[in-house]
Design a protein around this ligand. Structure first.
Ligand code: PLP
Length: 388
């Protein structure tokens, strides 16, 4: 069976390879500490689980929902946006419910990218950004994210010819994998740049509620004029630990949402109504659970960063996301070689930075998705394995 050319351009080779190596290490009898996958290990707050359970017992709940999301949830999102960011949204035209933000990130390009169209995509970046473009047969122009610039792309370095050709740009703060955050100044530059070149901005804010040390990430849509040029993606996966329920949303520019809605209404039937009701409970209920959640990740961050620092592995403390973006220690120059050594010698799985793009090769991504005792054991194992 010959696969379509568009999927031949996709690659998930390193993730698959790392999992195969993990299975091999475990077959030898060693339990691997998995800091690879970014899936939340914690549960939703009780009031969210109860809303889901209550909805399940209602007659009629198992019917097809609608692709664009229930009017109640869209209204709830608009209220949450107003409370959380001070941004006004029309719940009908400027809010669309997604089957996880991945759904929208994957399908946006189907709605807006023609074969050969150029998209500006961060490198390193969360893989679906480029995969979505490649599936639409577009061309990816990488925006390098480097430590010296706080992992913010240098918009002035994009050649004018590329900027004029580009149709959309994807940004993501707090960022996966580099765990950096953005400020108002940067988002202002983005809006100016997008206006000048007529580029659609897609800001992925999946980690907007996972921030540390009192930092509160802003919405890109807080910048005047942002709604004219762009949209923002949110996810209930990380903020409320609902990853398996598949619930997210996109807000902002009505024309962009209408285009995406055309694609979605042709290919899906929307999010299970019970899950949408859990989402309403999450967004309208007590918000302390998001703060507690962030505190848990902050403590995990500190255990690893401080523990590894004592082994001369110096990793900056991120202000947000659920990851550490760790420069390769002890003279290593290949992220894959280091990640494989860490797995073989210490039984600790992390993702080589190269999996997220060429610019990621000097780093590994460590997910903070295990409880504190296992993170302490991680430090001990690394100490033992590398003889510190
Ligand atoms: C940056 C980023 N965006 C989007 C997603 C997708 O989240 P979901 O589809 O669960 O909303 C993830 C998941 O790990 C992510 O890290």
């Amino acid at each position: 069976m010959e696969r379509a050319r568009r999927i031949q351009r996709l690659s998930s080779a390193i993730f698959t390879e790392m999992n195969e190596h993990k299975a091999r290490v475990e077959a030898k009898g060693r339990k691997v500490i998995n800091l690879g996958i970014g899936s939340p290990d914690r549960s939703p707050a009780p009031h969210i689980r109860e809303a889901l359970a209550r909805a399940l017992t209602r007659p009629g709940i198992f019917g097809y929902p609608t692709s664009e999301g229930s009017p109640e949830l869209r209204q709830t999102v608009a209220h949450w946006y107003q409370r959380r960011f001070g941004v006004e949204l029309d719940p009908v035209k400027e809010v669309l419910v997604l089957m996880g933000s991945q759904d929208g990130l994957a399908h946006l390009a189907t709605a807006f990218i023609n074969p050969g169209d150029v998209a500006l995509i961060p490198d390193p970046g969360y893989p679906i950004y480029s995969a979505g473009i490649l599936l639409a047969e577009g061309e990816v122009y990488p925006l390098p994210l480097v430590a010296e610039r706080g992992f913010l792309p240098d918009l002035a370095a994009i050649p004018g010819e590329v900027a004029r050709q580009a149709k959309l740009m994807v940004l993501n703060y707090p960022n996966n994998p580099v765990a950096a955050v953005a400020d108002q100044d940067f988002f202002r530059q983005v809006v100016d740049f997008a206006r000048e070149y007529g580029i659609m901005v897609c800001h992925d804010a999946a980690y907007s509620e996972l921030a540390f040390d009192g930092f509160k990430p802003m919405s890109f849509l807080e910048i005047p004029g942002a709604k004219e040029v762009g949209v923002e993606f949110h996810s209930l996966s990380k903020s409320y630990n609902l990853a398996g329920c598949r619930l997210g949303f996109i807000v902002g520019n009505a024309e962009v949402l209408a285009g995406l809605a055309v694609v979605k209404s042709n290919i899906d039937y929307g999010v299970f109504q019970a899950v949408q009701e859990a989402g309403i409970a999450a967004l309208t209920g007590p918000q302390e659970c998001t703060g507690e959640n962030a505190m848990v990740y902050q403590r995990r961050r500190d255990i690893l960063v401080e523990g590894l620092d004592r082994l001369d592995w110096h990793i900056p403390k991120p202000k947000g996301s659920m990851f550490l973006w760790a420069p390769l220690p002890w003279g290593y120059t290949s992220s894959k070689e280091f990640a494989l050594d860490l797995l073989e010698k210490a039984g600790v799985l992390v993702i080589p930075g190269i999996a997220f793009g060429k610019m990621g090769d000097g780093y590994v991504r460590i997910a903070l998705t295990q409880e504190e005792p296992l993170l302490q054991e991680t430090v001990e194992r690394i100490k033992e394995a590398f003889k510190y």
